[in-house]
Design a protein around this ligand. Sequence first.
Ligand SMILES: O=C(O)CCC(=O)C(=O)O
Ligand SMILES: [Fe+2]
Length: 341
Amino acid sequence: MFSIKSQVESGCLTSVPPKYVFDKSSSNCISSEAETIPTIDVSLLTFGTPDQRSKVIQDIGNACRDWGFFMIINHGVPETLRDEMLKGCQSFFNLTEEEKKEFSGKQLFDPISYGTSFNTNIDTSFFWRDYLKVWVHPNLRAPHKPAGFSETVREYSKRTREVASELVRGISESLGLEERYIEKTYDLEVGSQLLVVNLYPPCPEPEVAIGLPPHTDHGILTLLMQNELSGLQVMHNGKWVPVNDPPPNSFLVNMGDHMEILTNGKYKSVVHRAVVNNKETRISLGTAYGPPLDTVVSPAPELVDCESYGSAYRGIKYRDYLVLQKANHLDSKSCLDRVRI
Ligand SMILES: O=C(O)CCC(=O)C(=O)O
Ligand SMILES: [Fe+2]
């Protein structure tokens, strides 16, 4: 399997090969309005006055309900660490194909896997994307190449995990639950954390290919950052909202399928996609937080309105959900639809 990076760098691609042509026609309506994606100052959760704290919790709740997606600033992850992480990822992808081959995982739960597209065994059209996936919690296993990368991955994973935990506490409160409710009920302290690095090389015909098709993320929430190039689009009120010019040093946060399951649909996972450009390589780094792999997640009883609707999703082991997602086409909310009651 050739990485798309090596194909682009071979200099032979003047058009998109047929295998990479992706039909966007079923849902390609780009929002023309200047939509404002909410921005949350997360430092107020820890350092704000009681009034500022309750206001920010309310803002988080509104952002989760209305968008399922928001940006965070003042999160405490140093800019130098973010830069170092981006450089480390770039250097990883710059290793030779021979060197990277060592990391091409064979199984879904291999601690490290390097590959291209999503699942080349079943993808009907390939995505213009190479990836590196690393399980960084509860056990950290990072690539031993390039030099120094594993230390950066360790530090980045630790610092982003702290931010995610803070956010989950705020989200718990925004639902009227005790601050640590979600964390305790779903054992998040020993939960899974999967780092996904996406590399999207320049594409000769960006309009006919896709970096990542419309999909939702499997975990509870995802923290995402990118190099200076845009490409992420978020589905909002039936239209794609391009995420251009996020505030400097911000993370993008999106609700995953397990947030939708555990809140019984109160906070929905958000469909998003990554488009490509014809100029430069875009890199994005997503960190997905979830429960331990063997935890069965079902809607929190406190959030199930038994009198009217009852549980909207059946309980499923996080591990089984991941298997289900990987065995099927990455396609909007199709995986979540399988656990809906
Ligand atoms: O590249 C992006 O902005 C999106 C990445 C993404 O959606 C993912 O890794 O799940
Ligand atoms: Fe995603």
